[in-house]
Write a protein that binds this ligand. Structure first.
Ligand code: UD1
Length: 455
């Protein structure tokens, strides 16, 4: 074993096989994580269904246990959280550093203890992770907020938070969730304006309502919360993961396949499906399924990521990989995160012709040239998915290092793809270290080594 080699779990994708058939998607990571945090607000146990078996959920489980909650699973996808013995308002850095979504704990801890101490998320591979919008909301609800020794410390000035007016300068998924979590047990009415409208925010609000919270307007740009003294336990099923559903459809399209995703919510993917249709994909859907037939791709399209109902930033990487297979020019402009194109350097190893103009965060894709399998490295969850989509379309074998990122957001992705006829295998062994290519003249990415929690 060479000193530069290391023991890795990798994904081996043998490309060039058309995917076809049906596959079920799993529960949404970005709904499950805040809902698990929200369970701390209940006075009695909460039982959750369709919890995805992914590593981000394992980290959140450990965090809740570190705070004193008791957790147990009664079968796949089911998790009971008993928060009655909650004993700490301080989240340990050793766990928080692995999961940016741990910041969702601030709202519930403020609600339960009137105090929260949670490490700041800092930066991650996608860009800066600011917390000013969260802090703005906590202050408007009557908390004092400070940063000390890498922690955000929030304390309710009165015994309970009090309702208030919060106007966000821009929609933020995390800040909307945190403000909602803090407001449900505050004293009085809170109005949240210019909030995020993502389906996962709506699912969190629906869960809180099921626990006895009084929330209205979720799904629109203003949410009104009338605080209640306490919330009760409940049984609740998490919504389908629209990003996993989209990744599975894009995997099929990249191989010119015919893939149906079941147990999903088509309207959560409305713009993504419209963009696939623009490329020539025949898209049909029913109440809880989507079929994408991609035998006749006519060209590419232009993508602009934006808050929901705009094109989801988390599907930007797998969409870009699919566009590499579409003839003609496509563009992808990223408006949510400022460093989300680093995986393009890895796609270049596979022969993709993509140029990124850093000054306007836009990628220009010259699609249609065949991709070829290569060893590549995933820098974050969705970039890992992008490399899988490209690998499925490429001729030959692609070995993807960094599978631990994919496992943070996808439950056994290789099994879902194999069920569709994909040749995808997880393997552990000694992998050569991939030397990064030089950056393109128009690109300047942070080092792939500078890793941290990503979305
Ligand atoms: C969530 C999702 C992530 C998704 C993202 C956008 C989870 C666990 N993660 O991340 O998968 O990509 O929404 O759909 O649900 N911002 C500020 N100040 C703040 C908060 C955010 O400037 O206080 C900025 C961020 O730097 C970013 C943008 O707002 O540029 C959007 O962030 P936000 O919507 O908060 O995303 P997350 O909740 O972190």
């Amino acid at each position: 074993m060479n000193v530069l080699d290391r023991l890795e779990t990798t994904l081996r994708v043998r490309g060039g096989h058309r995917l076809s058939g049906s596959v079920e998607t799993h529960g949404a990571k970005n709904a499950a994580l805040p809902i698990m945090a929200a369970a701390l607000l209940a006075k009695s146990p909460v039982t959750l269904h369709r919890i995805p078996n992914i590593t981000d959920v394992s980290v959140m489980r450990q965090l809740l246990e570190a705070l004193g909650a008791r957790l147990r699973s009664e079968g796949p996808g089911t998790l009971t959280i008993d928060p009655s013995n909650l004993s700490s308002y301080r989240a340990p850095y050793t766990l928080v550093r692995k999961l940016a979504a741990s910041f969702d704990l601030v709202g519930p801890l403020l609600g339960v203890f009137g105090r929260a101490e949670v490490p700041l998320p800092g930066g991650c591979v996608l860009g800066t992770r600011a917390t000013d919008l969260h802090e703005h909301a906590f202050r408007a609800l009557g908390a004092e907020v400070s940063n000390a020794h890498g922690y955000l410390i929030a304390t309710a000035v009165a015994r309970r938070l009090r309702g208030g007016e919060v106007a966000f300068r821009q929609p933020s998924v995390g800040a909307t969730k945190n403000a909602l979590l803090a407001a449900v047990v505050a004293d009085g009415t809170t109005t949240l304006r210019n909030v995020a409208m993502e389906p996962e925010v709506v699912d969190l609000a629906n869960f809180l309502v099921a626990m006895g919270a009084r929330v209205r307007g979720h799904g629109g740009d203003t949410i009104v919360v009338e605080g209640v003294p306490e919330l009760h336990g409940v049984e609740y099923e998490i919504i389908a993961d629209r990003i996993v559903s989209g990744t599975l459809l894009l995997s099929g399209c990249a191989t010119r396949g015919d893939v149906t995703v079941e147990r999903c919510v088509p309207e959560h993917l409305a713009l993504t499906l419209a963009k696939l249709s623009e490329c020539g994909v025949k898209v049909t859907s029913g109440t809880d399924w989507i079929r994408a037939e991609a035998e006749r791709i006519t060209g590419g399209t232009d993508i602009l990521t934006a808050p929901h109902p705009g094109f989801p930033t988390d599907l930007q990487p797998p969409m870009l990989s699919f566009l590499c297979t579409c003839p003609g020019i496509s563009t992808v402009e990223e408006t949510i995160f400022n460093a989300r194109f680093s995986y393009v350097n890895e796609l270049a190893r596979m022969g993709a012709d993509v140029r990124v103009a850093i000054e306007n965060n836009t990628a220009l894709i010259k699609g249609g040239a065949p991709l070829s399998g290569a060893p590549v490295e995933a820098p974050d969850i969705r970039a890992g998915a992008a490399l899988v989509v490209a690998g499925l379309a490429a001729q030959g074998e692609t070995e993807i290092i960094g599978l631990e990122y994919v496992d943070r957001g996808y439950e056994r992705l290789e099994e879902m793809l194999s069920a569709l006829g994909g040749q995808v295998q997880r393997s552990s062994g000694i992998s050569p270290v991939v030397e990064p290519l030089g950056t393109f003249e128009t690109t300047a990415y942070p080092s792939l080594a500078a890793r941290g929690p990503s979305a």
